[in-house]
Design a protein around this ligand. Structure first.
Ligand code: EPZ
Length: 417
């Protein structure tokens, strides 16, 4: 397994280009199941998760090409409605094929995605939503079996905003008979990107980005060309890295509109942030102020930025309280940061109290999930000495050529095969 070795203590400086958003590309690629023709997606990041969903679609019978960040998917040849355990276990987001398969073929068999390091990750709202649209759902031998003569539009109320739940049911409803309204829907930019793409394919969706999304069913969808939005979490990760190393980084090809929660908190720490179109300049300051955060559904502070921000708070001037309200076990990185000399106390209700220390100490650490690995990279960048991060395959799922991008900013970082 690869490791990443970092000699820390250097300020980041220079420019970095942001890749397309993994969590926008995944539902877009799943949506091509709905189309009897070829869709083209540009600005698709070259990531392990993107390769996983491509393999899954090809297993169903789709024909894909992927070159230089452009992916085409021809869904006309799809002849299989079963997403196998072996493919789904590699990536939970495979659940996103469920809605499109039921919508187009009236039948789907998708392995129940297991949990992961950060939580149980149930999909009950995906299933109750499909039942509301008239599907019969059975769970046998670890598989979800969904059948429907024809999905029928209905109102669906989410107990809590679910990102892939909203995406799955939006895709299921586009071919249903009649109108559906998703209530308490997730409002993430990736959902807006998916709705705009589906409308370009002939769907009739309004309200994406708000808590109420209306979908008028249509008979069929046609091919479309769609550009994937920039990755707001990759952007946030580089912003926090620039702040933590007291560097000066120009982040290009991003969408500052999608980062309100992160920009707000970084400015509260004293970090200088200048926004100019699709570029954000982040200038770190010596004196980093401790601030509290609570992770919330968009547009609140994103849970996918919590681990990275915790690293920054480890070297802030007093005490920060971090409340992770979305996932039940998303503080695994705290144990690794403690080994690097951080002062973190964890409380039961997903609360972490972080007391700033003057500096972190380099140490061998282990990544546990995608965003935790990013927090350890940032810790390695600021700790004096050599940090060795193992299990970086977690990183490769969601960050495109991460060490190349950091080295271009002056980091002393190498991947050890
Ligand atoms: C999406 O996961 C993202 N993944 C996650 O990013 C992100 O952390 C998460 O949204 C929250 O923003 C993709 O978009 C592929 P949820 P998702 O359904 O959709 C509970 C990353 O790092 N819930 O919005 O699975 C759930 O347990 C990944 O790229 C149910 O109880 O998250 C959680 O507490 C990690 N029942 C909360 O809702 C359900 O049926 C929000 O989860 C569904 C969700």
């Amino acid at each position: 397994m690869d490791k990443i070795q970092i000699n820390g203590g250097r300020k980041l400086a220079g420019e970095v280009d942001i890749s397309g958003a993994k969590n926008a590309a995944l539902p877009l690629i799943a949506a091509s199941i709905l189309v009897d023709g070829t869709c083209e997606f540009s600005n698709v990041p070259h990531l392990v998760d993107i390769h996983s969903i491509r393999l899954l679609l090809e297993d169903l019978g789709a024909r894909c090409t992927f070159d230089n960040h452009v992916m085409t998917v021809d869904g006309s040849g799809i002849h299989k409605i079963e997403a196998e355990y072996d493919l789904v276990r590699k990536m939970r987001a495979s659940i996103l094929v469920l809605g499109p398969l039921v919508a187009r073929f009236g039948h789907a068999r998708v392995s129940l995605p297991g949990g992961c390091a950060i939580g149980a990750r149930p999909v009950n709202m995906h299933l109750t939503g499909l039942e509301a649209l008239g599907a019969n759902i059975n769970i046998t031998h670890g598989y979800i079996e969904a059948r429907a003569q024809k999905l029928v539009g209905n109102d669906i109320y989410f107990d809590i905003p679910t990102v892939t739940g909203t995406e799955n049911l939006m895709m299921a409803a586009v071919l249903a008979k009649g109108t559906s309204v998703l209530k308490n829907a997730a409002r993430e930019p990736e959902i807006v990107c998916l709705a705009e793409a589906l409308n370009r394919m002939g769907a009739k969706i309004s309200g994406a980005g708000t808590a109420f999304i209306t979908i008028e069913g249509v008979d069929r969808l046609g091919p479309a060309r769609v550009k994937v939005i920039p990755d707001r979490i990759e952007t946030g990760t580089f912003m926090v890295a620039a702040a933590a190393t007291r560097g000066d980084v120009l982040i290009k090809g991003c969408n500052p509109e999608h980062l309100g929660g992160v920009i707000n908190k970084l400015r509260a720490c004293g970090t200088k942030i200048d926004i100019n179109g699709d570029q954000i300049r982040v200038t770190g300051v010596e004196h980093i102020k401790s601030v509290d955060i609570k992770t919330l559904p968009y547009p609140g502070f994103p849970t996918d930025m919590q681990a990275q921000f915790m690293t920054l708070m480890c070297i802030a001037d007093s005490t920060s309280v971090i409340h992770e309200s979305i996932f039940e076990n998303r503080f695994i990185h705290a144990n690794e940061l403690l080994r690097m000399g951080a002062d973190i106390t964890l409380f039961k209700a997903n609360i972490a109290m972080v007391k700033g220390v003057p500096e972190l100490q380099a140490a061998p650490v282990m990544a546990s999930d995608l965003r935790a690995s990013a927090s350890l990279v940032i810790a390695g960048l600021i700790a004096k000495g050599t940090t060795l991060i193992s299990r970086v395959y977690h990183m490769d799922r969601g960050y495109e050529t991460i060490e190349k991008k950091f080295c271009a900013l002056g980091a002393d970082m190498v991947r050890i095969k």
